[in-house]
Design a protein around this ligand. Structure first.
Ligand SMILES: *Cc1c(COP(=O)(O)O)cnc(C)c1O
Length: 305
């Protein structure tokens, strides 16, 4: 269940780029978070009745955790620093879909016993000690549990690679916490060294991403290659260059998301200029629900251009 997505290809600047369609994993439980949370789906957790997490109220992980909670028959308690007014009233996007799934999203700025704690501290100091039925997932699924589902993704890529009889392959995906990229590359280093992972940092800079890799796997020989753009881009901000490349790629018939994929495709563009003869498999990590809130912002900002 929730595995074996197809591989398509698109024409990008005259080059063929393969696309692993993890956006098609499942209607409600798809993409990157579904891979990272697969361990929770496929294992039993006796005594657990509550899933606890935290992060942005517009994050893909909120929606994916709400879908996981439904599949497991759990309640989801999701802690967040603040919920913006326009997020609260919107009927679209990750927050609205999670609420529809029955998620309990807690705005910590309204909680009386917060005492200046971060979401993580609040969960660790206040929530978990009082609740033996809670299962806690760190922000964005950045944990060793994610290895299981990501290695499954790696196995699918290896079997596709062998069927296509390719000699070498670069697997490209944009990173947030880097969890997906580092566990993917770990699998290939151990099992298939003709496949290599290249990624870029979307949240924070390259040093931050390396640090994130190291927290999960200290041996740097397992770490993926990181490429970067000339210009710095801040996560969650709108850039005309992002909107342009998003539309260009979208014209090839596959819709990508607007937070990570624009920078991802900009890096692929540069990578193909530097390495014109490489075969690239881009991982579509889902997240399309977020476009319902991101796209109107882009359309308003760049309506005239
Ligand atoms: C969460 C997410 C990422 C980042 O994944 P990491 O494993 O944290 O690097 C990338 N793309 C999409 C669509 C996501 O939802």
């Amino acid at each position: 269940m929730f595995t074996h997505t197809p591989v398509d290809h698109i024409d990008f600047n005259g080059c063929r780029v393969f696309v692993k369609r993890d956006d098609l994993l499942h209607k409600d439980f798809s993409g990157n978070k579904a891979r990272k949370f697969a361990y929770f789906l496929h294992n039993d957790f006796p005594g657990v009745s509550r899933l606890v997490g935290y992060g942005s109220p517009v994050a893909n992980s909120l929606h994916s955790m709400s879908a996981l909670a439904i599949l497991k028959g759990w309640q989801l308690d999701f802690y967040t620093d603040h919920i913006a007014a326009q997020v609260l009233v919107s009927s679209k996007g990750n927050y609205a879909a999670a609420i529809e799934n029955g998620a309990n999203v807690i705005d910590l700025s309204l909680v009386a016993d917060r005492d200046g704690r971060s979401c993580k501290e609040y969960i660790e100091q206040v929530v978990l000690p009082n609740d033996a039925t809670a299962l806690y997932v760190p922000e964005g699924g950045r944990c060793l549990y994610a290895r299981d589902g990501v290695h499954q993704l790696a196995k699918e890529i290896v079997s596709w690679f062998e069927t296509r009889q390719l000699n070498e392959l670069t697997v490209f995906l944009p990173s947030g916490t880097g969890t997906t990229a580092v566990f993917l590359n770990e699998y290939f280093v151990l099992n298939k060294d003709s496949i290599k992972v290249t990624t870029c940092a979307c949240v924070g800079d390259e040093d931050y991403l390396k640090q994130q890799f190291s927290e999960l796997i200290s041996d740097t020989s397992f770490h993926p290659k990181i490429v970067s753009t000339d210009k710095k881009y801040h996560f969650g901000k709108l850039y005309k260059a992002f909107y342009d490349i998003w539309r260009k790629v979208g014209e090839q018939g596959i819709e990508f998301e607007l937070l990570y994929d624009p920078k991802g495709w900009m890096c692929v563009e540069q990578y193909l200029l530097d390495n014109p003869d490489t075969e690239i498999l881009y991982i579509h990590q889902g997240g399309l629900l977020g476009n319902a809130t991101m796209l109107p912002r882009y359309q308003r900002k760049y309506a005239a251009v």
